[in-house]
Design a protein around this ligand. Structure first.
Ligand SMILES: *[C@@H]1O[C@H](CO)[C@@H](O)[C@H](O)[C@H]1NC(C)=O
Ligand SMILES: *[C@@H]1O[C@H](CO)[C@@H](O)[C@H](O)[C@H]1NC(C)=O
Ligand SMILES: *[C@@H]1O[C@H](CO)[C@@H](O)[C@H](O)[C@H]1NC(C)=O
Length: 462
């Protein structure tokens, strides 16, 4: 149905252009970015714009697409999604993690380790109400959950391929971070279902950074992480583990029913761990730019008092410039300014508790390679929870270890640790990296990304 609607939508356009094969007349042409304000000269092309994902054309998802630096049509296509739920993949992913530019005052600086050195990068603001994505039917913001998000993301992809037919057959990798531990497997599952009916999307792999995969395991690894990094005392560790664990607290929090023991445990944890420590990277001095706020939503207590010691928020300033919005073909609909994480989206937070690790298992059974990686300084979704989940999954689906737990190298230094199961399911840490690994360790993250695309084990020596 979605495809039919999209095809109808394109029909008048195509008939005008019959007989012309000039690229300037492809439907994608109107989305081409001529120049972003403050941007250095580059050789690759950029596009951005809206794709409608419903039949009434009320819901429009915003994307930013950066072609690979060299020979784009021979390179894979990589979809990147940030989490929250409710944070912008353009603001966080593209402009502070793995995109080609980072705003700096009035200009854009090149990111030397941009992922478009190896792939065509597609960043999507999803669901509606996030970043520049919008719905003109206001009620759309009130009923958003994992199921709706996954469906909208699939329709987006199908219609995006109609606009960019030259990438139709490219190898597609779906990647993301944090709450994208829900979005990515759920979208991949819909793609596999679709491909069983009509082979249409060439899904080749999935990679997830510090992802939420299983609520209790991920959230309850926090206590030990805090304790082993000296953020809480022995007695608070015990209270936070045996009195009220974190999954129980979050579960009560989103049901508006925080018990007195949980309230006591959390206030003790917060007091000792201090709001002057960055929970996304426990070794960092506190400076929480709003680009790091996607994890504030999945970690509710942390956002009770927002510290804003960073005077400048480069991304917010840049993306709120009128000339930048014009260059991006972006508009503000229903909001007065662009925000890193949405203030209007009312996501169903109980969906946090839906396990997606089992979907990862089904992807593996379909022979889709999966990489789970962890910035090892993150306490929001700590490496220990992810490592346990991957190990447990490998056992469940009967995969033996093919690369035993070992270090990997970037340059002459250890980039992190890795273990691979059945040559299809990989776990890796990125040493010294935060929740937003490509932001804090761009070079190591790039090495990891390249190995993942090439389906090669991480470098064993330098
Ligand atoms: C994609 O593959 C199909 C089937 O092999 C082929 O008909 C089509 O021309 C290809 N499209 C592009 C853009 O390469
Ligand atoms: C966390 O607390 C819940 C509710 O008390 C309990 O069912 C669960 O087993 C606990 N999880 C862990 C890992 O201790
Ligand atoms: C995994 O290892 C066990 C024990 O060595 C072996 O029996 C089994 O066949 C292996 N499984 C696979 C999928 O290779």
């Amino acid at each position: 149905m979605a495809m039919a609607a999209a095809a109808l939508f394109l029909l008048p356009l195509l008939s005008c252009f019959i007989g012309t094969i000039q690229s300037s007349l492809l439907p994608q042409h109107t989305d081409k970015i001529t120049h972003l304000p403050g941007q250095p000269l580059v050789q690759f092309q950029q596009f951005s714009g809206y794709v409608n994902v419903d039949q009434n054309n009320q819901k429009a998802l915003f994307y930013y697409f950066v072609e690979a630096e060299i020979d784009p049509t021979s390179k894979p296509l990589v979809l990147w999604l940030n989490g929250g739920p409710g944070c912008s993949s353009i603001g966080v992913g593209a402009f502070s993690e793995n995109g080609p530019f980072r705003p700096n005052g009035q200009i854009l600086l090149r990111n030397e380790f941009s992922w478009n050195k190896e792939a065509n990068m597609l960043y999507l603001d999803t669901p509606v109400g996030v970043g520049f994505s919008y719905s003109t039917g206001k009620s759309s913001y009130q009923t958003v959950n994992d199921e709706i998000t996954a469906k909208d993301n699939l329709v987006f992809l199908q219609r995006w391929f109609l606009r960019f037919p030259q990438y139709r057959n490219s190898s597609l990798f779906i990647t993301g971070e944090s709450y994208a531990g829900h979005y990515v497997p759920q979208l991949a599952k819909l793609i596999i279902q679709l491909n069983k009916k009509e082979r249409s999307i060439n899904l080749k792999g999935v990679a997830l950074g510090n992802p939420l995969l299983e609520f209790a395991t991920d959230y309850n690894s926090r206590a030990e992480y805090f304790w082993s990094h000296g953020l809480i005392s022995d007695s608070t560790y015990n209270l936070f583990t045996f009195g009220c664990n974190y999954s129980r607290y979050v579960s009560e929090y989103y049901r508006d029913s925080v018990s007195s023991i949980c309230s006591r445990a959390m206030s003790q944890v917060n007091k000792e761990s201090s709001r002057f420590v960055d929970k996304y990277d426990v070794t960092l001095d506190v400076c929480i730019p709003s680009v790091l706020s996607q994890s504030k939503i999945i970690a509710p207590q942390q956002n009770s008092e927002r510290i804003d010691v960073c005077v400048e928020d480069e991304i917010v300033n840049y993306l709120n410039r009128r000339d930048v919005q014009k260059a991006l073909h972006a508009k503000l609909v229903g909001v007065r300014r662009w925000d890193v994480c949405s203030n209007i989206l009312d996501y169903d937070m109980l969906d946090l508790e839906i396990p997606t690790i089992s979907i990862i298992g089904s992807l593996i059974k379909e022979q889709i390679p999966v990489l789970i990686y962890s910035g090892d300084q993150d306490s929001v979704i700590p490496l220990t929870g992810s490592r346990t989940l991957v190990h447990r999954l490998a056992k469940e689906v009967g995969l033996n270890t093919t690369v035993p737990y070992r270090v990997w190298f970037e340059g002459q230094q250890v980039g992190g640790w890795t273990q691979v199961y059945g040559n299809i399911l990989s776990f890796a840490t990125i040493r010294g990296a935060s929740h937003e690994a490509p932001f804090s360790q761009p070079q190591r993250s790039f090495v990891l990304f390249k190995s993942f695309l090439d389906a090669r084990p991480l470098p064993l020596e330098f």
